[in-house]
Design a protein around this ligand. Structure first.
Ligand SMILES: [Zn+2]
Length: 417
């Protein structure tokens, strides 16, 4: 037995028998993951063993003690790093990362589309992205997947359902149109009743939708307050898609929990009031920063590409001012953003935003988990957390690029790669 275990009661025979009855046979066995380095979501623990039982992390050992009897041992070697499964705070499983995602979405009925969502989710999981927050599907299809058991081999999915948008507004084709007090309240309640985990609102226009202007607001502050208050009453956080400065300011004022994109689009460029950047940092709202694209992927949307340097400069300024920032890749929206793009976003956080590798790793694990309300179960290698684990080759604290060198992935204690 491990002498230095912090929770020896975890090895009680009685617990084991109870657990065996609760879980499918593949999850019965105790697993021990060993590597030269364990990053626990906050810091590096150096060489350690992670004990997994019944789909959860039951213990951590840094003493080098022999593993519990009967455990199945995975020794990944001294140059491997075990870290919490990564969290992508902004994906679209319904988009297929093609050159025209709106067109290909329109060509699929719900039956074929749900298969595509599943394939997209599996692709994310195999890159170590064990949790995805889907901020816009069609007809609530992501909920069909999110209800499946962990052994289905999918990441944990945090679904918003169709984003709430104005009539004919940004992403109206996803089916979330609602305007006016009553319709907005009804839209939030429908999402809560269906079991969505977050309410997404298109506060400004966007680049994907013909006729939509990213720099223009779709809703005014009074509308946004209604949506946020209704969401919070229902126990759901609210996520705001925001490009224009007015939309950003109103979303902060209305009390949204996360701001998505935050590009400060004007009609022909980018313009951010430094006072607003500081206000975002001081408010504690989470900025879900749209970074990450695969190497040799196609360039971003021309409207983004032309503004990229200014957008990145503002994000860096917000970060230095103390804003809480997590990566939300917008996976699925373009060919440069397949559903397994998140590991590349960590490099972007370092090279563009100015995070240290440690800060980038925290942003995609423990900070992201807290940002989307999953701090109790996700984003940490700690006793009691879900055994969603990524193993990579290399030292990500020295070279953040090593997070793309996937060695193994565990989801709820099941080795999926
Ligand atoms: Zn999006």
């Amino acid at each position: 037995m491990l002498a230095e275990m912090s929770h020896p009661e975890a090895y009680d025979e009685r617990c084991s028998a109870e657990a065996a009855n609760r879980w499918v046979p593949t999850m019965n066995q105790m697993l021990v993951l060993r590597a030269g380095q364990v990053f626990n979501g906050e810091r590096s623990l150096g060489q350690a063993s992670v004990v997994i039982r019944d789909g959860k992390i039951s213990d951590l050992d840094t003493s080098g003690a022999p593993p519990p009897e009967g455990a199945r041992i995975f020794d990944f070697g001294s140059d491997a790093c075990v870290l919490p499964g990564l969290i992508d705070a902004h994906v679209h499983l319904a988009f297929d990362a093609s050159a025209d995602v709106v067109k290909s979405l329109a060509a699929r009925d719900d039956n074929t589309l749900v298969d595509h969502l599943e394939a997209a989710a599996i692709r994310a999981l195999h890159a170590g992205v064990t949790t995805v927050r889907d901020l816009g599907d069609r007809t609530y299809l992501s909920l069909k997947l999110s209800g499946r058991v962990p052994s289905a081999g999918l990441p944990h999915i945090v679904p918003s359902g169709p984003p709430i948008t104005t009539n004919g507004g940004h992403c109206h084709f996803l089916g979330g149109e609602a305007e006016g007090d009553a319709a907005l309240r009804a839209a939030v309640l429908e999402r809560a009743e269906r079991g969505c985990s977050v309410v997404k609102v298109m506060v400004s226009g966007g680049n994907l939708t013909v006729g939509s202007q990213p720099h223009q607001s779709q809703y005014d502050l009074a509308d946004l307050r209604i949506v946020v208050d209704e969401a919070h009453r229902a126990g759901l956080p609210a996520a705001a898609h925001v490009h224009g400065a007015q939309a950003v300011a109103d979303a902060v004022e209305a009390g949204f929990d996360t701001l998505e994109h935050v590009t400060f689009f004007t009609a022909d460029g980018v313009d951010a009031d430094p006072a607003l950047l500081d206000r975002i940092a001081a408010s504690g709202v989470v900025v879900s920063v749209t970074v990450g694209s695969v190497p040799d992927g196609s360039p971003p949307h021309p409207a983004i590409a032309q503004r990229m340097a200014a957008i990145v400069a503002n994000h860096g300024r917000m970060f230095r001012a103390g804003a809480t920032m997590v990566p939300g890749t917008d996976a699925g929206v373009s060919p440069g953003k397949p559903h397994d793009v998140l590991p590349y976003a960590l490099r972007a956080l370092v090279e563009r935003i100015g995070m240290t590798p440690l800060q980038a790793l925290r942003a995609a694990t423990s900070t992201a988990a807290s940002a989307i309300g999953l701090e109790a179960t996700k984003g940490r290698i700690a006793a009691g957390a879900d055994a969603d684990v990524l193993v990579i080759r290399g030292n990500p604290l020295a070279d953040i690029g090593s997070v793309t060198r996937t060695e193994a992935v565990f989801r709820a204690g099941i080795k999926v790669r």
